[in-house]
Design a binder for this molecule. Structure first.
Ligand SMILES: Cc1cc2nc3c(=O)[nH]c(=O)nc-3n(C[C@H](O)[C@H](O)[C@H](O)COP(=O)(O)OP(=O)(O)OC[C@H]3O[C@@H](n4cnc5c(N)ncnc54)[C@H](O)[C@@H]3O)c2cc1C
Length: 433
């Protein structure tokens, strides 16, 4: 406390934006409570394979940050937790955090994995978009932070084999949810995004045809730590796809679906994935069906040009009308009007990858209402001012960063995380005024 005001901040959401904000606040000597609803921090960046525009390995650049957070003496990580209520005002907010029972004592578990080896239950792994499997006691991914196991009670059969296998007696299958209460001077919302539900476009075949997948499924399929150990296969028959079509702007720039805005990352993540597909199979061919290519960031246009010239990715300008499946082959035929030649074309592919737009994460409305924070028309957190207050909200002492404010790539999410941290520490160092 400085005087009678708390000397600490709350960061909600442990993706790359929230992690950056937490580290920047903590490094200035203030305590940070980092609340994440999943069992591990890391957010979406932990799931992606390589990052545009440099093709750095995402896990390799994120992992040092995760361990920096876990080792920082000023950061208390509260995973598997959600904010229950916030009262008070700038300089002194009273926060209640609901901590879901993990059924594993975080202070005792060493992450050795003996428990999971004994667990007889296998369920679809949500971290791999349900393509692979995990046990009912699990860590979501190898670099999970904290590196402790969690029991998925919905699928656990209470056989007790994990309890017996744990030499440190860390597992308690009777553990209860708890509530933690504390005071903070400033709050940062960094709750990120989720993908648009593309089953809303039945004409594109997702959910009907096994060989139509979406971009995040593709990210997991080409990831060496993913369910196929990085072998790009079709989910329908396990064959290696030679010809791949990427379909852009699905659940983005579509007024009729209530998503009029550009999702800002789909062009670049698809160009990246087109390049990665050809790196995995260099005698294959990749087509990208797009409305416009938005390569606006530093190095992005050069990356787009490289995809065309060095890798031979083919780009067709036109919105795809429909995807049809060949019953015997499982191949997919795209019907599209090439708007540069005004030709209607039918093009066959082995695999289709849909690029979903991004939307506010589930629970955003409830959280914003509970905290009395204004949202923009598209459901994200409303920034106080587009130019001069992009990380401030209309509520004094509450800040926003990363995709919680609107779609952003990693560099922009990190910049916003640092900017929000700076604003929060101004509040903390001035004792909440
Ligand atoms: C397929 C795909 C590929 C991409 N590839 C790239 C790339 O190559 N390069 C690039 O620059 N960008 C890429 N991006 C964009 C990148 O993923 C985002 O820029 C980045 O993840 C944004 O970080 P964030 O912290 O704002 O949000 P997130 O990563 O979404 O993290 C938000 C975190 O908040 C948590 N959370 C949500 N709600 C709550 C709540 N109520 N309480 C507590 N916690 C909560 C979530 O569980 C999550 O951990 C890609 C995006 C997609 C979809």
């Amino acid at each position: 406390m400085s005087g009678n005001k708390p000397n600490s901040a709350l960061v909600i959401g442990g993706g790359v934006a929230g992690i950056t904000a937490a580290l920047d606040i903590a490094s200035q000597g203030f305590k940070v409570y980092l609340v994440e609803r999943n069992p591990s921090i890391g957010g979406v960046m932990a799931q992606i394979d390589k990052t545009f525009p440099t093709l750095d390995c995402s896990a390799c650049i994120l992992t040092p940050k995760l361990s920096e957070v876990s080792r920082h003496k000023n950061i208390e990580i509260l995973t598997y937790s959600e904010v229950g209520s916030v009262t008070g005002s700038v300089g002194d907010f009273h926060v209640r955090v609901k901590r879901k029972a993990r059924y594993v004592n975080e202070d005792v578990c060493t992450g050795c994995g003996d428990c999971a080896e004994e667990c007889p239950v296998e369920v679809a792994n949500e971290f791999d978009l349900n393509i692979g499997f995990r046990k009912a006691i699990y860590v979501p991914f190898p670099q999970a932070t904290p590196n402790v196991y969690t029991v998925d009670k919905e699928n656990c059969i209470d056989c007790g084999r994990c309890v017996k296998a744990c030499q440190r007696n860390a597992i308690d299958l009777d553990m209860k949810d708890t509530t933690l209460e504390f005071h903070v001077g400033a709050i940062i919302i960094a709750t990120g995004f989720q993908l648009y539900d593309i089953t809303d476009y039945p004409r594109l075949g997702y959910g009907h045809y096994a060989n139509v997948i979406h971009a995040m499924e593709f990210e997991r399929l080409i990831n060496a730590a993913g369910p196929t150990h990085g072998h790009l296969i079709r989910l329908g028959d396990g064959k290696t796809p030679k010809s791949i079509g990427f379909i852009q702007c699905v659940g983005a720039r579509d007024v009729q679906k209530g998503v009029p805005y550009c999702s800002r990352v789909c062009c670049m993540y698809s160009i990246k994935n087109a390049v990665m597909a050809l790196e995995h199979n260099n005698d294959g061919e990749v087509w990208v069906y797009y409305a416009d290519i938005r390569a606006f960031g530093k190095g992005f246009e050069e990356f787009y040009e490289m995809a065309k010239k060095r890798f031979g990715v083919k780009f067709i300008r036109g919105r795809v009308a429909e995807v049809m499946e060949g019953k015997k082959t499982g191949n997919l035929v795209i019907r599209v009007e090439d708007t540069e030649t005004a030709e209607v074309r039918l093009i066959e592919h082995d695999l289709i990858v849909i690029s979903p737009g991004v939307v506010p994460p589930i629970g955003m409305d409830t959280m914003a209402k509970k905290m009395g924070i204004e949202q923009s028309d598209d459901g994200y957190i409303q920034a106080e001012h587009t130019f001069f207050g992009p990380t401030e909200t209309k509520t004094p002492g509450v800040f926003v960063c990363g995709c919680a404010e609107g779609p952003k790539d990693i560099p922009d999410s990190v910049s916003a995380g640092s900017a929000a941290a700076m604003k929060a520490t101004i509040v903390l160092s001035q004792g909440g005024t």
